[in-house]
Structure formats: structure tokens, C-alpha cells
Write a protein that binds this ligand. Sequence first.
Ligand code: ADP
Ligand code: MG
Length: 257
Amino acid sequence: MSESQVALELVDIYKAYGKLEVLKGVSLTAKDGDVISILGSSGSGKSTLLRCINLLEQPAKGEIVIGGEELKLKPGKEGELEAVSRRQLEHMRSRIGFVFQNFNLWPHKTILNNITEAPINVLKQSKEQATARAEELLKKVGLYEKRHAYPGNLSGGQQQRIAIARALAMDPQVLLFDEPTSALDPELVNEVLSVMRELADEGRTMLIVTHEMRFAREVSSQVVFLHQGQIEEIGPPEQVFDNPTSQRVRDFMSSHL
Ligand code: ADP
Ligand code: MG
């Protein structure tokens, strides 16, 4: 059996907003095919952690390695780290798919153009190549017939499935999801979770911030519980959900069942 490769490694990430220390030394490794759910109370630093991975937030300290390539960082203004090379940052970002709570589709582009924009402009694919791949992905998420529509004409669940297709079009090493179903009406949650479940089954490497406990239990290889910017507990779902070591995690689980 071949040794599985490390898809993403975070080493000792620190982040503060002014005096507020939000991440206090978070280290995490995702191997290829891992699905890591990140749980924790509101304000525990979950979004900040995801955003530090592609430098949407600049950490004060830490290392970020994607597919064996370390993102080179240097101290910038106010001591926060910034990318040494804009070009490397863009390259690293192109290897990370990010799915946000509020979809973040471009409202004035068609669904097809939302998906082909980055492959054409960043990966330098031809329009034909990008369109063919986008159509394939639209079929995969069940929205091929919406390819000429605009985001505003789609339901939240459909928009989020498009956002997932858009992320997949870059063929990323890692997919990051920040509460992808939290903005959806309850009846639209499952259509998004079932697309995500399919990606997990295909062996995609995913980090998922979610409050969907049943989903997290079923799809995760590892579950991380974040508390005040530190990992309070990490382990397989059976441990973290059913038999956590931390009393804090026990309390959280019993209030979220
Ligand atoms: P979570 O996603 O777990 O709810 P966040 O990472 O969004 O937590 O936020 C962690 C803490 O950092 C919170 O106290 C939040 O108010 C604060 N915070 C987040 N973003 C900013 C920002 N841009 N400026 C100042 N404080 C922020
Ligand atoms: Mg958040």
C-alpha cells in the first residue's frame, strides 16, 4: 500500500485582530482524501483558520504547505506575514477551492461564465476547454439546464451547488467549505450536502466548517474541535462525537444533538 500524500499542512498558525488573539498555535495535517470537519462555538476562530490558508487573512506566525509546496512568507506591515511572491500566492490560491457561506458568485455573469472565468484567466484554458469542463461539472451538480441563467435567478441551494462546481473547475488540491449550508432554508440543505458527500466519496480532500453534526459524523475522517483559537480535541468522528476526552466537547455535543 502506497503511503498517502500530505495535501495540506498548517503549522503553528497564529492570528490576532489588534489585541484580540483569535488563533493561538493551530497545527493540522490533511492527507490526500481526508475529510476534516471543523466544529466549535461561534467566535472560536473557524472562519479565520480557513481564511488564513489562502491568505484571505494574514497570520502573524505559521507555515502553510499545500501538496508539498510551502507558501513562502515574510513579515509585512504590523508584523503580519505576507507572501514573498505574488505569483506563488496566486499559484497556491489556484490549488485551493473555497466555498463560502454566501456563495459569492458574480451576479452579472452567467452560471457558465462564473465557472469558466478562473480556468480561462488563471489556468489559461481555452474557452472551449473551460466550457466543456464547466458543462461536465454542471451535469455533476445537476444544474446543466441553468448554464445560461444568472445567479439571482437561482435558489440558494442551486447557487451553492454552482459555487462548488466553480471551485471544482480549478481542480484544486484541497476544498475548503465555510458553513456552506448555514445561509440556506432548511429544505435546501440536503441538496448541497449530497453533492459534498459525493465529493467525499470520490476521495477529494476537504476541510469543512459546519454545524451539520450528522453529516460531519458520516463523512469525516477526522473531526477537529476548536475552542478559543486552539484545537481542544481532534480525532476520528467516533471519538469526538461519542467519546470525547474534553468536557467542553462533551458539553458542546450534548447541546447540539
Ligand atoms: P468563527 O468562524 O469560529 O465563528 P471567526 O474566525 O469568524 O470565528 O472569528 C473569531 C473571532 O475573531 C471573533 O471574536 C470575531 O469577532 C473576530 N474577528 C473575525 N474577523 C475579524 C475582523 N476582520 N476584524 C476583527 N475581528 C474579527
Ligand atoms: Mg465562521
